[in-house]
Write a protein that binds this ligand. Sequence first.
Ligand SMILES: CC(C)(COP(=O)(O)OP(=O)(O)OC[C@H]1O[C@@H](n2cnc3c(N)ncnc32)[C@H](O)[C@@H]1OP(=O)(O)O)[C@@H](O)C(=O)NCCC(=O)NCCS
Length: 319
Amino acid sequence: MSFTIIGTGSALPKTIQTNEDLAQFLDTSHEWIVSRTGIEARHICVDESILDIALEASVNALANAQIKPAELDLIICPTLGGDTVTPSLACLIQEQLGATCPSFDLNAACSGFVYGLDVADAYFSRNGDMKILVIAVDAMSKLVDWQDRATAVLFGDGAGATVLTSGDSLKAIQLTAVGNQHALSIPWPKGNHPLTTGQPHPAPYLLMDGPEVYRFAVAAICSDLRSVTQKAGIALADLDYIIPHQANQRIIEGAAKRLKLSIDKFVLRVDGCGNTSAASIPLVLDELNRNGLFKSGTRIALTAFGGGLTTGACVIEWA
Ligand SMILES: CC(C)(COP(=O)(O)OP(=O)(O)OC[C@H]1O[C@@H](n2cnc3c(N)ncnc32)[C@H](O)[C@@H]1OP(=O)(O)O)[C@@H](O)C(=O)NCCC(=O)NCCS
């Protein structure tokens, strides 16, 4: 027994920052950003806290699933971090929803949503009938250096949630991790103990080797999709939708070409949101679900990659 998705929800902060807006204070241009990434705009938390958008997405998912917060047995929150180190964002979401279940955050960077589904799957295997909220949220605008044009233009903020109940929609899932500090990292401030005085504190902003992450991402999408569909016993061509992590349109196009698949099989939503880290896949899931694109039997593959370096992929058959 695994799970079935019975509800989805999402939330984006209301402030939109276009490429032209960024070109006002960064040495960049709309043309450069679109041609290298496909990104045209991103949503940024200005008036909202991270908790605000996480809560909005969670409430939307619960309403879509037609269940009450008190019915939840577990809240898993894939995120790089919320507004506070502790309490965890998951605990604050639980409090605000009025739920009473165990709740925890999970950090697998942009692969976090698929990691969250895998953890949820293990709970269903152990406990059988449950209701689990997986709420993925990241506010990358708080983690990038707004003086660094090579990284700042790539990211945005958002939240995406799913409500899971026991079922057999999950046909296969797999995770990978290859520890690598150099390709993508966000240093943590080192604290202020007197004995550490004098040591330089790295700025707590995202550092990335863009071309290395690009190559890793294209290879990861291809190998993960091949092996997860094989585990599910279906051909790549049998998938109705592939929802990749929305980091860069060129990465997705490169993977489609290598896999000899039509780009039309891949859902591309990089343009309006940029890379929203763990939230990017559930944001798209919610949009497609609300637009009625998923029918009973629709086969969906999710494929994610990110800091760690981590990857995760799964095949879901809509119930
Ligand atoms: C970041 C990325 C778009 C850069 O594209 P690229 O084609 O590899 O570009 P390069 O890094 O080689 O830089 C090319 C030039 O553009 C410049 N440049 C970088 N960012 C720029 C920007 N925003 N505007 C204008 N020029 C920019 C660089 O300084 C460099 O200039 P130079 O040749 O004079 O040194 C690409 O590597 C990428 O998408 N990588 C993956 C990143 C990612 O998705 N990370 C998250 C994973 S979860």
